[in-house]
Design a protein around this ligand. Structure first.
Ligand SMILES: [Zn+2]
Length: 493
């Protein structure tokens, strides 16, 4: 239960109504530029504009249009905080944030200090990427729109929340470092259908020694968007009976991004199956960051060399194109880090009362500037409620797990590469077909939640502490390249 209900029946009912209404407002959110009678744009439509438009005015309108769904949520959100905190106190926690932070086998404050430590480790990498992106955007849009003296305006990064910058890769692509292939085009050219893409993912796990997925997985999962009804397309993995009934639910399209997401979701399923012999109490991951990290760890092994081994790529691109590949991946994974951290930083302050409703939006933008180095496209006020325009805030889903996963997956990858005997640069390692690495991974997965997470981490990596040096090692060639490009430009904000 992420949101604890108070004992009082009336209050508990009120809380669940508020939560349902916030989620529903988000789900129904639209922007109707010509008023409610005119044509309306869904989040999908607006995200497409954010991804593809290069017109700053149009981007700003789409950004502001989506964020206009949130102000009506503000009052209910503030009331939700009061009621949920009451529920948390009744179960012995100081507030909801402290309750969320208590799931990590350490004191809540020690956990926040741990996140800060990890952030300090990775911050220099993020800052180098940010500086490069900022001056490239200034070149593209002009000093009136982006400037090295200021944080980056949030509407120019190819994504509604500036949390994934992959869509602006074409504006940033290093010269002479084109990888020379595009997985999306390969999937289309080879006519690999959604189910076929899932089979590639399954075969990767099998190559490590895991058993094939049960027949029911193929019968009961949803792989494509049904034509005849509305469904939630947000990808998810399910463990229906805690034994063998595993499923995924996705609207798979023939594209590279979905190929990666398939591995992410299957990571949940293979974890679920590995711990199903534990007592029911322990059928969960070591902590929630572990669950999110497993499939992503496998996806890091989807290298050009691997694609060649499975017959999807004819020629492995030369080492000189590594910078292009690393840049693309960093725009997703490195750009995400401060965002992954600040969502719950904001909520912890809100639940603890350090940030009051009069300062919701101000505190939000202070964190976004401090951690992400970004600013709103236009002036905001306490009339706005910009955090509510993010799904996980409106739906009360804790977020620290995604930050942890973003760090842990590289630590897991490095350990598995070592176990497999691999010696080269980390970003070129694939553990495909390596049974030793698979056995090591399974050892940790099978532990479930039966031991504190540092012991699970140790079983896989030999290390008891979360450690961001693996992600730094992975992107080291890119960092060096970025620092050369950034010479003569302002770094940090
Ligand atoms: Zn997940």
């Amino acid at each position: 239960m992420d949101i604890p209900a108070p004992r009082d029946t009336a209050e508990s009912t009120e809380l669940s109504q508020i939560n349902a209404s916030l989620q529903s407002d988000y789900g129904k959110g639209k922007w109707c530029p010509d008023g409610p009678q005119g044509k309306c744009l869904s989040l999908n439509d607006l995200e497409r504009i954010m991804a593809t438009s290069r017109d700053p005015k149009e981007l700003e309108r789409a950004w502001a249009g989506w964020h206009a769904i949130a102000p009506p949520m503000r009052k209910r959100y503030a009331r939700m905080v009061v009621l949920a905190n009451k529920g948390a106190r009744e179960t012995g926690f100081a507030d909801v944030g402290a309750m969320w932070r208590s799931n990590y086998d350490m004191a809540p404050d020690a956990f926040s200090a741990e996140l800060d430590r990890l952030w300090q480790q990775v911050r220099p990498l993020y800052v180098s990427l940010h500086a490069y992106v900022r001056w490239k955007l200034e070149e593209k849009y002009g000093t009136g729109v982006v400037s090295e003296d200021r944080p980056i305006p949030a509407h120019l990064l190819g994504n509604m929340w500036s949390q994934d910058w992959t869509n602006i890769y074409p504006l940033l692509a290093p010269a002479n470092a084109d990888p020379g292939y595009d997985l999306t085009e390969i999937l289309k050219a080879k006519k690999i259908e959604p189910v076929g893409m899932v089979h590639y993912g399954e075969r990767f796990f099998m190559s490590l020694g895991f058993a094939a997925l049960p027949q029911t997985f193929w019968e009961r999962s949803m792989f494509t968007k049904p034509q005849d009804r509305d469904v939630v397309c947000h990808a998810s993995a399910w463990d229906i009976d805690y034994v063998e009934d595993l499923r995924i639910k996705m609207c798979i399209e023939q594209k590279s991004e979905d190929f990666t997401t398939i591995h992410h979701e299957l990571g949940h399923n293979f974890y679920q199956r590995a711990y199903d012999t534990q007592s029911p109490l322990f059928r969960n991951s070591a902590n929630d960051g572990f669950h999110e990290a497993i499939g992503d760890t496998i996806a890091l092994s989807v290298t050009p060399e691997y694609l060649k081994q499975i017959g999807l790529l004819e020629n492995v691109p030369p080492a000189s194109s590594d910078i292009g590949l690393l840049m693309k991946r960093a725009l997703d994974k490195v750009a995400f880090l401060p965002f992954g951290l600040l969502i719950d930083k904001w909520r912890w302050e809100v639940f603890s009362g350090q940030v009051t409703p009069e300062n919701y939006n101000k505190a939000w933008w202070e964190l976004r500037e401090k951690y992400q180095g970004i600013a709103p496209p236009s002036a905001r006020s306490e009339e706005d409620f910009d955090p509510g325009a993010k799904y996980h805030v409106a739906a009360n889903v804790p977020y620290a797990r995604y930050f942890l996963a973003a760090i842990l997956q590289y630590q897991f990858h490095r350990a598995l590469c070592r176990e497999s005997g691999y010696k080269g640069p980390l970003h070129r390692c694939s553990i495909y077909n390596n049974k030793e690495a698979g056995a090591r991974l399974n050892k940790m997965l099978a532990m479930g939640e039966s031991r504190p997470w540092p012991e699970a981490l140790e079983a896989l990596t030999g290390e008891k502490q979360m450690d961001a040096t693996a992600i730094l090692e992975y992107y080291a060639p890119l960092k060096q390249w970025l620092d050369e490009q950034n010479k003569g430009h302002k770094v940090d904000w």
